[in-house]
Design a protein around this ligand. Structure first.
Ligand code: HEM
Length: 516
């Protein structure tokens, strides 16, 4: 945190922030009787707790709960933050007062990346968000549409299996493999099976596009001083706004021609070129929705791009990271890996390939995935919430506009909630009927809860299960000689493994044709 721009900005911030802080303190103390803020660590004048933040925020926030209790506060610059670390506090926010806490706290980079919060994830709670989310969940991710683009997912996953088969006996970087697979699956679901071909038509390089998607995630994860001191935002001390502007320009140059071509195809009514239902991609669904008047929202080019950002940036990194964590946990516990593979043998068979129709019967793999997301929630603090009015939580006042973190990481590893919480035990999910992803059980929140629960959940679950089942059914995996699995975490918005996981595949199926 203590980088050069910080030094520069401290001086400038001093004067401006003193005024803000004085007003805030006056407001709080002059209402002492009504306000009872949670306890919390003291910070420094002006900057608050900012200089003490460590890169792995969820670890630090979990440690602080041991000192200050399940609800505590701290200041980051002029911003009051409150952290909730227990299931009962979570319930008060995402069940009892969900509509009050349904607003987001978007960062400057996040807002820019989503064309000013025109997406689903960062748009403020209200009718626009409701219509966009409805369109996404009911129209794009309806069972019918997910079914309709199954052949696209299948095609890309089979390509990955063929690719891994060429690497048999050699170490494979699992995150890279998961990245290529997910990116191919996602881009083909969005743009159709010949995404690369379509891009080439418009002289766009596929690698450049993938690098751009990665860079979006990196820039969005950078701590931005302008987020803590909004008055300083126009100075853009760290150059994050500038970086984001350049990336958006590049993204526009890639997406605009692809979308415009589809719009033109539709308006020309060149039926022959428009894919039929059995292979409908998201672009086609979106441009068709643009023409419809009864969907509650008037879609345009920019809104379509904002939705695509949610899918490409929000959807891929979380999924890839989860695939890597599952493989790491399985390589670390060979007896659990053996059980997963036995199940695949029983359900799919060794003379067959995995189809999505097998997934509902893979109960043990499902439990492995759930247990992985318990120990390694990719967004451990979910998306911070912003109450639209002052609220009482745990007997304390949370003023309007506070940045509220719901610490799913702490809850999912809490010894008062989970037996042997640090052990990887998928069995705990096998016999429980109420530990689903739907966010109804406050002990388990990897996709969040309430009205702003992950909108991509049906697709995420399908893609994760399909990719994992295919990799584990087709190959045996082992670590390179002398290597152990390192389960430590890296830093970022999405919590990845610190060390890349390398694993060596060996064919598991006797029939060579199943790899073709
Ligand atoms: C392992 C995979 C994934 C995980 C763990 C995950 C997790 C999450 C979490 C924790 C949230 C915030 C919920 C909250 O604040 O209560 C969220 C929001 C969201 N996710 Fe996911 N996600 C995943 C995959 C996806 C995919 C594949 C998509 C899109 C295709 C997606 C789209 C979204 C959207 C649009 C939101 C914002 C919802 C709203 O604000 O209404 N996610 N996700």
């Amino acid at each position: 945190m203590a980088s050069e721009p910080l030094n520069d900005f401290f001086l400038g911030a001093l004067t401006l922030s003193t005024a803000v802080l004085t007003i805030l303190l006056y407001k709080l103390t002059s209402h002492k009787k009504e306000f009872r803020l949670p306890p919390g660590p003291r910070g420094l004048p002006i900057v608050g707790f900012l200089p003490f933040l460590r890169p792995n925020l969820h670890h630090q926030l979990t440690e602080l709960s041991q000192q200050y209790g399940p609800i505590y506060k701290f200041w980051l610059g002029s911003r009051l933050c409150v952290v909730l670390n227990s299931p009962s506090l979570a319930k008060q926010v995402v069940c009892d007062q969900d509509s009050v806490f349904a607003n987001r706290y978007p960062t400057i980079a996040g807002l820019m990346a989503t064309y000013g919060g025109l997406d689903i994830g960062f748009s403020p709670y209200g009718s626009y968000w409701r219509d966009m989310r409805k369109l996404f969940v009911r129209e794009m991710l309806s069972s019918r549409n997910l079914e309709a683009c199954y052949s696209l997912r299948r095609h890309e996953v089979r390509k990955t299996i063929r690719n891994v088969h060429t690497k048999v006996g050699n170490p494979v970087d699992i995150a890279e493999l998961a990245f290529l697979t997910e990116m191919n699956v996602v881009t083909s679901m969005i743009f159709g099976s010949d995404f690369v071909g379509e891009m080439e038509k418009h002289r766009i390089d596929g690698t450049e596009f993938r690098d751009l998607v990665v860079s979006f995630g990196v820039v969005m994860a950078k701590p931005n001083i302008s987020d803590f001191f909004p008055m300083l935002a126009r100075f853009d001390f760290q150059g994050i706004r500038k970086e984001m502007e350049a990336m958006l320009k590049l993204l526009d140059s890639i997406l605009d021609p692809l979308i415009n071509q589809r719009v033109k195809m539709l308006s020309d009514k060149r039926e022959a070129e428009i894919q039929k239902n059995e292979k409908k991609d998201f672009m086609q669904i979106l441009v068709e929705l643009m023409e419809q008047k009864d969907i509650g929202i008037s879609l345009d080019l920019v809104k379509i791009k904002a939705i695509l950002v949610d899918i490409m940036i929000g959807g891929t990194d979380t999924t890839i990271t989860t695939v890597e964590w599952v493989m790491a946990e399985l390589l670390n516990t060979p007896q659990i890996m053996a059980k997963v593979q036995q199940e695949l043998k029983d359900v799919v068979g060794v003379n067959n390939i995995v189809e999505e129709s097998h997934l509902p019967n893979l109960h043990y793999l499902d439990a492995v995935l759930k247990e992985t997301l318990r120990l390694h929630p990719t967004l451990p603090l979910l998306f911070p919430k912003r109450p639209s009015q002052s609220a009482i939580v745990g007997g304390y006042t949370i003023p309007e506009g506070t940045k509220v973190f719901l610490n799913a990481y702490a809850i999912q590893r809490d010894p008062q909630v989970w037996e042997s919480p640090l052990e990887f035990q998928p069995e705990r999910f096998l016999n429980s009927t109420n530990l689903e992803y739907a966010g109804n059980n406050m002990n388990y929140l990897p996709f969040g809860s309430g009205r702003r629960i992950c909108a991509g959940l049906p697709l995420a679950e399908k893609m994760l299960m399909f990719v994992l089942a295919s990799l584990l059914h087709s190959f045996d995996w082992k670590l390179p000689e002398g290597e152990n699995v390192d389960l430590s975490e890296g830093f970022g918005l999405v919590i990845k493994k610190k060390e890349r996981l390398l694993a060596i595949p060996a064919p598991r199926l006797s029939n060579f044709e199943l790899y073709q």
